[in-house]
Design a binder for this molecule. Structure first.
Ligand code: PMP
Ligand code: GLN
Length: 390
């Protein structure tokens, strides 16, 4: 008998895999795991096909194809207001997932503290554990009757910072709440950072999906924060291509150098023709500009449709997720309800409790489910009808 000692004994399949599998088994509409049920732009598909046919199809440079790093530089100047050096600061990775994991493994030492703001994306805590770090969880203020939205508690975040704090994880637009940052948030963050020397890992996977005419606010737009920030993003959500797994991270060269050491020995380099194809598409496309409006229409369609149901939508400021309050359906663990809805209504969702350290704890259960609206209008309409019949 082999004596296996798990490094992550408490980790099982993610809630996203679990709910997708259940949706498939029950032939339910999958508004759970976040992925579109439509194709990327034909021009992008053509650009990638052409890159495969024309080559090169051999190893890309370890840090990424030059044309793509240049395109990421240009995009980040336009969108985040910060200029990175494509050679020293930008690394193309296997999705945001690898960018986050390589960054945490490279930067967090045994015993370092990493602050997570709950609800937080499921990847962060296990990777901090793998790095030997300790997670320090700070909860957002949950929605109340008076304020039906999550909100950041900067006092609590400031209190959580200690001399051992190595990293603060940020993720805005926020999965699952749809919350976006405001300039006042950056003021608060700058104030805290002025007195401490932690790094900031800013997961901006949904950077191009922000609603109601608001801008995307990123910590790297402030020079004092950019100098300690690792900006992570991905083309998965921006180009409707979650299966391609092309992402990137941008950071000052001394930080990038360390992240690249991990990237080099976990992935080495990322699919060459995908990078070439995305780079040439990025040069010609205006598609990113229309993305927020595209998703805002879907958000509004879902919100409007759910008025006929007993689910109460919260406001979503960005991402392709909408939270719904389920109290009209009774109390209980969110996960039980998500499973029940998949079975009884034929619609799979994600319990928000899965984004907390202990999903079973009462403090993690606010009677909220996350619905993904990156779906064709017909899929959304079908789901709305099923949910209205509850
Ligand atoms: N961060 C967040 C907040 C996400 O929601 C996701 C996936 N949807 C990722 C990172 C991972 O991105 P990728 O698929 O590019 O690895
Ligand atoms: N980020 C996606 C979500 O939140 C899931 C990605 C995954 O399944 N790992 O739904």
């Amino acid at each position: 008998m082999i004596n296996l000692k798990s490094k992550l004994p408490l980790v099982g399949d993610t809630i996203f895999s679990e709910m997708s599998t259940l949706a498939q088994q029950l032939n339910a509409i999958n508004l759970g795991q976040g992925f579109p049920d439509y194709q990327p732009d034909t021009e992008l598909l053509n650009a990638v096909c052409q890159a495969i046919q024309q080559g090169p199809n051999q190893y890309a440079p370890m840090i990424g194809v030059p044309a793509l790093r240049q395109a990421i530089r240009d995009k980040t100047i336009a969108h985040q207001g910060h200029a990175y050096d494509p050679d020293a600061d930008i690394t193309v990775t296997s999705g945001a997932t690898e960018a986050l994991t390589s960054s945490i493994l490279a930067l967090v030492q045994a015993g370092d503290e990493v602050i997570l703001i709950d609800p937080s994306y499921d990847l962060y805590a296990p990777v901090v554990t793998l790095a030997g770090g300790l997670t320090v969880r700070v909860a957002m203020n949950p929605p109340t009757a008076d304020t039906p939205r999550f909100s950041l508690d900067w006092d609590a975040i400031a209190h959580a910072v200690t001399p051992k704090t190595r990293l603060l994880m940020l993720n805005f637009p926020h999965n699952p709440s749809g919350l976006t940052l405001r300039e006042e948030d950056l003021d608060a963050l700058e104030h805290i950072a002025a007195h401490h020397d932690f790094l900031i890992l800013s997961d901006e996977a949904y950077e191009h999906i922000v609603f109601d005419g608001n801008p995307h606010v990123s910590p790297v737009s402030r020079p004092a924060l950019a100098s300690r920030c690792i900006l992570v993003s991905s083309f998965a959500k921006t180009f409707h291509a979650t299966g391609w797994k092309i992402g990137y991270c941008c950071a000052p060269s001394s930080i990038s150098q360390e992240v690249r050491k991990v990237h080099q020995f976990t992935v080495y380099s990322v699919s060459t023709p995908m990078q070439t194809g995305i780079a040439s598409y990025l040069k010609q496309t205006q598609a990113i500009h229309g993305l927020s409006a595209f998703y805002q229409r879907k958000r509004d369609r879902l919100v409007q449709g759910l008025k006929a149901s007993r689910l109460q939508p919260l406001h979503s400021e960005g991402t392709f997720f909408l939270l719904v309050d389920t109290r009209a359906l009774g109390q209980g663990p969110e996960k039980d309800l998500a499973i029940r809805l998949t079975r009884e209504a034929g619609v799979a969702t994600i319990p928000v409790s899965a984004f907390y350290a202990d999903p079973a704890a009462p403090a993690a259960n606010h009677q909220l489910l996350r619905l993904c609206f990156a779906k064709q209008d017909a899929t959304l309409d079908d789901a709305i009808e099923k949910l209205a019949n509850l």
